[in-house]
Design a protein around this ligand. Sequence first.
Ligand SMILES: [Zn+2]
Length: 298
Amino acid sequence: MTQPPTQQVPAIHHRRVGDVSLTVVSDGFLDGSMAVLQNISVEESSEMLRAVFRPVPRRTSLNCFIIQSGGRTALIDTGAGVHMQKSSGQLLRNLAATGIAPGEIDTLLMTHLHPDHSNGLATAEGGAFFPAAELGMHEAELAYWTSAEAEAEVARSGQGVPTGGAYFPMAKRQIAPYADRMRLFKGGAEVFPGVTAMHFPGHTPGHCGYLIASGGQSLLIWGDIVHLPEVQVPRPEVTIAFDVDPAQAAATRRRVFDMVATEKSHIAGMHLHFPGTAHLGREGDGYRLFPEAWAQTL
Ligand SMILES: [Zn+2]
């Protein structure tokens, strides 16, 4: 008898945006506490998850994105690498199924430098996982994670890095192998053929989304506008202890939600469930996600 499967096929998902090829590559998932959510009780947020048949406490998907455009290959975010839960750090294994070698990636674009996005930059020995890639991010992101004042403020307040100050040395260690090939930009800059950086500050000071536009089509990779879709989509005021500036993060989320619902934009997110592409519509006082249907041909 044929053995029944014990593991899913590699988690990659292809899509086109005009002439640009987009491939979602899963890094796996992280399980975490509900207590990090703010502006909502643990009881209420847990009940919201149970009501839509999701595990409690939360399970957070991690998505990275490959963009092939103009003969070049970019990777947006690098997942959790080797330093977090064993359910994460799957980027390179899944990337292998795309046929793209890490050495073929010429551009890395970071939404921000939190460990579940940037820990996949450097090997345990401090080398570069992506030996030929330039590392791009918003200038305010690098400035924040290399600021002694910011690190001291987080140590004092606890907001932004709830497990202590270790995020600062982690971020610096991850970007170190790319120090001589770093490219900093501001919001509105075209950072790759057909890709524009969108500054969405609040979660972190330099947090960015990336808008892909080609051939009359577009798709916005909105980064960490949402961490827990079942809660923050209907209740955009719910913030998270990892937000450096929670009030600004909530205001940015409302602004982006309003924009993509009004424009009926295709969106994708790092923490939307794989493959993480959807539309957002208004519902009551909040919003609702409509995940995209499977398409066999591109
Ligand atoms: Zn994140």
